[in-house]
Design a protein around this ligand. Structure first.
Ligand code: CDP
Length: 229
């Protein structure tokens, strides 16, 4: 699918934690033959590095120095988008509750955002791109061809994340997951630098009562409608 000018599209998918943004973004990228980028995985990889190296996030010099030693890249392994931090596969580790508990504090640091936003912009090449996150439609690609903002009931989101952790055989406690999501939503929406908000020109989708395939059909229909205009 391309725009009227035969240019591949940039599709921005933003929204709250655990509302299925990455699942949707992956499906759309696969359907259109586009690149998929999970920008949250990048914030998670930085957080993992900070935890492993006991970086004090309130010390700007330490943070800046650490950022200069971080290299993040994605690789497609057996069809799965895999995150590498300084050459190491960290896909499982970045999804742990230890990382989830600190990631929003790390993502609120302007130095971290500056580095990752620059990297994200470089990922837009000649191919089409689907990127999901919190500030993709507002800050990273304010000119994106399609912007979707996803939301869902917080309890439903927590249940989905809890099931996902159990399926991956990770330790999980539903109450802990509920409070982690509430904590991250608060920091993500209230931070000064690039807070989570719906771009004025984004399409809002509440997927509380939608199955994954209903959501996919709705979004694909919306993309065709936007592009057809
Ligand atoms: O998987 P989940 O939806 O819970 O979160 P994620 O997409 O992996 O993002 C983890 C955290 O990174 C978020 O809670 C935000 O604090 C931060 N983030 C951000 O600030 N900006 C982005 N573009 C993506 C994620």
């Amino acid at each position: 699918m391309v725009s009227k000018h035969n240019k591949p599209l940039t599709i921005a998918i933003d929204g709250f934690s655990s509302c299925g943004k990455s699942t949707l973004a992956k499906q759309i990228a696969k359907e259109l033959g586009y690149i998929f980028v999970d920008s949250g995985a990048m914030y998670r990889a930085v957080t993992l590095y900070f935890l492993e190296h006991s970086i004090k996030i309130e010390d700007p010099v330490e943070v800046q120095d650490a950022l200069e030693h971080i290299e993040i890249r994605f690789e497609n392994q057996d069809g799965i988008n895999t995150t590498f931090l300084n050459g190491k596969n960290v896909e499982a580790e970045i999804r742990s509750l230890a990382v989830s508990s600190l990631v929003s504090e790390v993502a609120a640091l302007p130095a971290v955002r500056k580095k990752l936003v620059a990297l994200q912009r470089l990922m837009k090449g000649r191919e089409g791109l689907v990127m999901d996150g919190r500030d993709i439609g507002t800050v990273v690609f304010p000119d994106a061809d399609v912007k979707i903002f996803i939301t869902a009931d917080p309890i439903v989101r927590a249940q989905r994340r809890y099931n996902e952790l159990l399926a991956k055989k990770q330790n999980a406690d539903l109450h802990e997951v509920i409070s982690n999501l509430a904590h991250r939503d608060k920091i993500d929406t209230e931070r000064k630098d690039s807070p989570l908000r719906q771009a004025d020109d984004a399409w809002l989708l509440d997927n509380t009562h939608l199955t994954i395939s209903e959501q996919f059909d709705a979004v694909l229909g919306k993309i065709s409608e936007i592009i057809g205009k």
